[in-house]
Design a protein around this ligand. Structure first.
Ligand code: ADP
Ligand code: MG
Length: 256
């Protein structure tokens, strides 16, 4: 084990934060999540990889209840996912989500994008929300863009704003669903670096990505999915150098 992964592992493992037990989900006849058991501990960084259509996005979307499940249990920090209302809004704030398409509010400035949820969901006062938004925008390297509209920013900058917006809610866990897939190549690293820093700061993260460099350096664990199942889970070094299943070997031979 490398020093870096030893340090990562020392930070992880102080209690279960996200727990999925025997989760099943269908879209019509398609069994998109099959008997998913997955536990993420506080401070852990889990990278989810697998072929297109294997259920990675659906997995993320069930964790903040953008999708319902057919059976099984999901809990965050010891509490079952709420079904509706204010409790659901709070859950969504506790589970920060960053998508492939940045999903910023186009008619709001960058600053307003990062203030809005704090005011509406967390009931933070306006000045405190602005102070926090500015600090977070600085942290992700776009502090000077605060008064612009999203369309005036590059893709990499917009995605960093989306990360700041999620962080503004003080989430317990951050979900990233292919956050760099829609970016021009030269912008990928600026987003991955923000995510790396977040991981080093101890954020619990579930990251769907095909960026294997990120997986190797930031992940405590790689979860490999295929056809709606978790086929294999391992430490990144082990997974990349010695995948056990034929599905994983085949997948890696195509992307590496
Ligand atoms: P991945 O993110 O791994 O590419 P997804 O979770 O997006 O996979 O999709 C898994 C499967 O479920 C795919 O076959 C996809 O076409 C299907 N699917 C996803 N969302 C829906 C939906 N809302 N309705 C019907 N089928 C869907
Ligand atoms: Mg997907």
């Amino acid at each position: 084990m490398t020093d870096a992964s030893a340090a990562k592992d020392a930070m992880a493992g102080t209690g279960d934060l996200v727990v999925l037990k025997n989760v099943n989900k269908h879209f019509g006849a398609l069994h998109v999540l099959q008997d998913i058991d997955l536990t993420i501990t506080r401070g852990e960084v889990v990278v989810v990889i697998g072929p297109s259509g294997s259920g990675k996005s659906t997995l993320c979307r069930t964790i903040n209840r953008l999708e319902t499940v057919d059976s099984g249990d999901i809990s965050i920090d010891g509490r079952p996912l709420p079904q509706e209302g204010k409790a659901l809004a709070r859950l969504r704030a506790d589970v920060g989500m960053v998508f492939q398409s940045f999903n910023l509010f186009a008619h709001k400035t960058v600053l307003e994008n990062v203030m809005l949820g704090q005011i509406k969901v967390r009931k933070t006062g306006k000045q405190a929300a602005e102070d926090k938004a500015r600090a977070l925008l600085d942290r992700v390297g776009v502090g000077t863009q605060a008064d612009k509209y999203p369309a005036q920013l590059s893709g990499g900058q917009q995605q960093r704003v989306a990360i700041a917006r999620a962080l503004a809610m003080d989430p317990k866990v951050m979900l990233f669903d292919e956050p760099t897939s829609a970016l021009d190549p030269e912008m990928i690293n600026e987003v991955l670096e923000v995510m790396q820093q977040l991981a080093r700061d101890g954020m619990t993260m579930i990251v769907v990505t095909h960026e294997m460099g990120f997986a190797r350096s930031a992940a405590n664990r790689v979860v490999f999915m295929a056809d709606g199942r978790i086929v294999e889970e391992a430490a990144p070094d082990q997974f990349f150098s010695n995948p056990r299943s034929d599905r994983a070997k085949d997948f890696l031979s195509k992307i590496l």
